[in-house]
Design a binder for this molecule. Structure first.
Ligand code: ATP
Length: 231
């Protein structure tokens, strides 16, 4: 009997009108583990994250998060979330966002520590609208970790970034993994899942198509039984 998972979907289904976004999805995230949900556009990755962060409810199946229900805000408060569509008002400076977000948590990380981790020290007085795409992504990440989450959800962290910004983001994620922070991250890219994840869950049409270590999934992809783009 292992420890209880940090998060678990069991037979989770979700429909939008005629579209079955998820059809009995199962996966779990253990302590300190990085799980990559890998799949093409429309596979259901964002919907799966929506169930985990309590923004969506499953039509059937079970979703558990940090020992509770993700629709309970006390459970959600222990979750860090970095979403693709996250929008911040443009008028604040990096340091001001960090102060604002820190004020919502009982034991936030010190702002200096977060700035150092994310390499944003020199940008503390920069306005959001003057940041590059990679810098904005690092700010989103900084805001997601400032409350010391027990689990972090990251939706397609490097889509649209150039190679350098992407590598830098990977380093950042690895550093947090080194601290033992568990994550669920979604990606279209096998190389990204391979670089970051302990376990890859391949999703297509709302189902799990394959699951395994990066080495195992790569071997199956090489055998052409699974096909992916790479960046
Ligand atoms: P992407 O990589 O493009 O973000 P995804 O794997 O995250 O894709 P989802 O966004 O979860 O996939 O979408 C799964 C399916 O559900 C798709 O067919 C999508 O068109 C559909 N869908 C998602 N959100 C809605 C919505 N609000 N209304 C209707 N259909 C939706």
């Amino acid at each position: 009997q292992g420890m209880a998972p940090l998060a678990e979907l069991r037979g989770a289904s979700k429909r939008y009108g005629a579209t079955m976004a998820l059809e009995g999805l199962d996966f779990r995230v253990g302590r300190g583990e990085i799980v990559a949900l890998l799949g093409p556009n429309g596979a259901g990755k964002t919907t799966a994250l929506g169930l985990l962060n309590g923004r969506l409810s499953a039509d059937s199946g079970r979703v558990s998060l940090l020992g509770g229900d993700p629709r309970d805000w006390r459970v959600r408060q222990r979750l860090g979330v970095m979403l693709q569509e996250a929008r911040l008002p443009d008028q604040l400076r990096v340091g001001e966002y960090l102060q604002l977000f820190a004020s919502h948590y009982p034991e936030p990380r010190p702002i200096d520590e977060v700035l150092a981790l994310t390499g944003l020290e020199a940008l503390v007085s920069r306005r959001h609208d003057a940041l590059s795409g990679g810098e904005q992504r690092r700010l989103q990440f900084a805001l997601a970790i400032i409350g010391r989450p027990a689990l972090l959800l990251v939706d397609e962290p490097t889509v649209g970034l150039d190679i350098e910004a992407r590598q830098r983001f990977w380093q950042l994620i690895r550093r947090l993994r080194g601290e033992g922070l568990a994550m669920v991250l979604t990606t279209h890219y096998l190389d990204e899942a391979d670089a970051l994840a302990d376990r890859i869950v391949v999703i297509g049409s709302g189902r799990v198509l394959a699951e395994g270590t990066p080495a195992g999934i790569k071997a199956r992809a090489a055998g052409k039984r699974l096909r992916f783009r790479s960046a």
